[in-house]
Design a protein around this ligand. Structure first.
Ligand code: MLT
Length: 411
């Protein structure tokens, strides 16, 4: 019998969203008449942009004749997509990122987990609290975090607290850490940061030889001026940061799957003898061995995001969800609930009323309003007493959810 990766036994019982799903299914079974509205997991609901669908249909036709058929593609993604990304997402925003530093994949959740393959053991890892659980769990899986304590935190991780008192923007640590996960616009709080704040991180990382793993999956939702869309807007970021991006939330690809990761060529880690090793080469090697590239059809769909029609349709989609967020935030605030986020992000972060715990508020909304959200404590200790509502749903359901919640909750 083979031995197992015992680090998995250190994981907390279940991944947050399946646990929510379990509770919702149990409730639905017991209450088949309840019309449940889901504002929990940040999964999109609106149709894919037409430009993407047309491009994918054409790509399917390409696969129908020998002349235009595509078998294995480049593991890094097709050059035509990488060039479009470099041009539209980086160069036009003044960021120096070349097409061959962009690795197209089947999504940024996978990449933020897989990136640990190229880092050694014994690194000090910092995560924000609250945090997107994938960063924590993937570190637990590879043995970086050790066992959890009774409050569910891991001794091997450094937690950077993001609370109301610091505007959900954690302080730069005093100690030296090797890897830092940052996500802005933030999941789950919806907070954004200024260039000046990110500059402090870049300076910290360059001074300490740290690498920032910057998750910018929600950058398309930034509406305010002067908020950085990419960490590469900050001078010095090329020597200390990897960036993850996704087509899931801007173009609705959660089920279609496409994202990308940027690894600048000058970004280094240390090998066993203390010499510099280029992370770009390691990630390239990793992808070439363990990944065969996102599908041709999907990459054609992603490329269509950058056409004139695609850009218009994606903007409309993002505005639609942001309007939902505004309605949620406004509706709940009117009822006296304290809310943040939802302006540059599709998530509204709500303080639970009456001192209810996050899970108690979850149960209350599920049982009384038949609305599903995400308990803040599922994202970490500092999320306790908070609750996340996602703006990803139809307008009709969002309005209905707000009505139902405000009928049951007031402060
Ligand atoms: C969330 O709800 O936090 C997101 O859907 C997670 C994800 O994109 O994987």
């Amino acid at each position: 019998m083979p031995t197992i990766n015992s680090n998995y036994l250190n994981l907390k019982a279940g991944y947050l969203f399946p646990e929510i799903g379990r509770r919702v299914n149990a409730f639905a079974e017991a209450n088949p008449e309840a019309a449940i509205i889901k504002l929990g997991i940040g999964d999109v609901t609106e149709p894919l942009p037409e430009a993407c669908r047309v491009a994918m249909l054409k790509a399917i036709d390409d696969q129908g004749s020998r002349e235009s058929f595509h078998g294995y593609g480049p593991e890094q993604g097709y050059a035509w997509l990488r060039e479009l990304i470099a041009e539209h997402d980086y160069k036009s925003h003044g960021c120096n990122v070349d097409a061959d530093e962009i690795f197209v994949s089947d999504g940024s959740k996978c990449d933020t987990g897989n990136i640990l393959d190229i880092f050694g053991s014994g690194n000090t890892i910092a995560v924000t609290d609250p945090v997107y659980p994938v960063y924590v769990d993937t570190n637990v899986m590879c043995g970086n975090a050790g066992p959890a304590n009774e409050s569910g935190e891991y001794g091997g991780l450094v937690y950077l607290r993001a609370t109301e008192s610091n505007n959900f923007t954690p302080a730069i640590p005093e100690q030296k850490v090797d890897l830092i996960y940052l996500c802005y616009p933030n999941n789950p709080t919806g907070a954004v940061v200024s260039k000046a704040y990110l500059r402090q991180w870049v300076d910290y990382a360059n001074t300490n030889g740290s690498v920032i793993l910057f998750d910018a999956a929600y950058e398309a939702f930034i509406t305010e001026q002067d908020i950085p869309h990419s960490i590469y807007e900050i001078p010095g970021a090329r020597t200390c940061a990897i960036e993850f991006r996704s087509f899931s939330k801007n173009a609705g690809f959660t089920g279609t799957r496409c994202g990308f990761t940027v690894v600048p060529k000058e970004l280094m880690g240390k090998d066993a003898s203390g010499g510099d090793a280029a992370l770009h080469s390691l990630w390239n090697r990793r992808q070439s061995t363990k990944f065969n590239g996102a599908s041709y059809i999907i990459q054609r769909g992603a490329a269509a995001v950058y056409t004139e029609a695609g850009q218009e349709q994606v903007k409309a989609l993002v505005s639609f969800y942001l309007e939902n967020a505004k309605l949620i935030r406004g509706g709940l605030a009117e009822r006296g609930l304290s809310c943040s986020g939802g302006v540059n992000a599709p998530y509204v972060w709500i303080k639970t009323p009456d001192g209810l715990s996050s899970w108690d508020f979850f149960d209350k909304l599920l049982n009384e309003a038949h609305v599903v959200g995400t308990p803040g404590s599922g994202f970490g200790q500092s999320g306790e007493g908070y609750f996340r509502l996602s703006a990803f749903n139809s307008r009709e359901k969002v309005i209905e959810a707000i009505e139902r919640i405000t009928a049951k909750v007031a402060v």
